[in-house]
Design a protein around this ligand. Sequence first.
Ligand code: TYM
Length: 344
Amino acid sequence: MASTTKQVSEHPTNRIFSGIQPTGNLHLGNYLGAIRNWVTLQPDYECIYCMVDLHAVTMYQDPAELTASTREVTASLLASGIDPKGSIVFNQSQVHAHAELAWLFNCVSRMGWLNRMTQFKEKAGKNRENASVGLYAYPNLMAADILAYKASHVPVGADQKQHLELTRDIAQAFNSTYDVDCFPMTEPLIFGEATRVMSLRDGSKKMSKSEPSDMSRITLTDGPDDIAKKIRKAKTDPLPLTASLEDLEDRPEAKNLMVIFAALSNVPVTEVHQRFDGAEFSQFKKELIELAVEVLSPITTEMQRLVADPGYVDSVLRDGAERAAELATPIVKEVQDIMGFLRP
Ligand code: TYM
């Protein structure tokens, strides 16, 4: 049977959307797994970068801290090299399309799909009954973020892969239910040496903001002394380093530090293995400290300057929200028309 699928508006082919939760300081995992890639993609794509404050409140946030963190995370992005004139930088709550489309996707997405989400299981822990409905429906809002712009690509760290698969499932289900080609099959962009940076205290856990020990992560607010202390104390093992990648498979902490070195110095991890073949950790850590301070200190300094100028940061977010709404509003209207909502 010939398909009657209706193509609605064009799908952009080079539009990027990505988001980050404005909760606490950014850490090296956020920087190496995501932000740095966002910076390098700017010349080749139309980029939309969002502080996802609606996602942040799926767990309780102190209101004053949420406000401060939203400015601080925005400042970190700008200090890392996101150009707010070319790229759109804004906070999610200020563009209504996200919450509106998320509701519609709550009605498309399936309980069975959400039940499979590993991040919900990790975050809700044993106390599932007490988790917010928002935490459970979190991936539907994420799909709305991406599809409100019909984004073609989404650069993220490896931990977001499952959520992006769900986004494609929702797009597909919507298109087939209404027999339209409204939403694209968005592609994840997961690249670089550090797609999953692990905790400095435990190489089997990912580096994360929610880990209680501050020693488990390097943040973009750490000064040279903090960076040195955290790397010196990072967990290792008694063996010297080795050029063989396989030998490190059972040594997750050693592997993680090598990956961090590779990503910070922009060389393939195999090169780092060759360079430190047979070296003691003390020598390796000394060089890693120098490298981390050299790469991160200019960002920290610029970020502090921007945090001291909230008027400027707010003006970036206001301008970004206006530009984002111009793109998203017609797409939400298109969805309303498809679903049959009366727009009198
Ligand atoms: P969030 O705020 O947890 O993290 C922001 C980005 O940092 C990446 N990341 C890591 N990469 C490597 N190693 C790590 N240890 C590490 N920790 C975090 C994440 O993969 C992410 O790219 N749900 C998202 C935010 C979001 C979003 C979106 C992303 C909301 N809507 C739409 C893309 C598109 C999150 O919580 O990211």
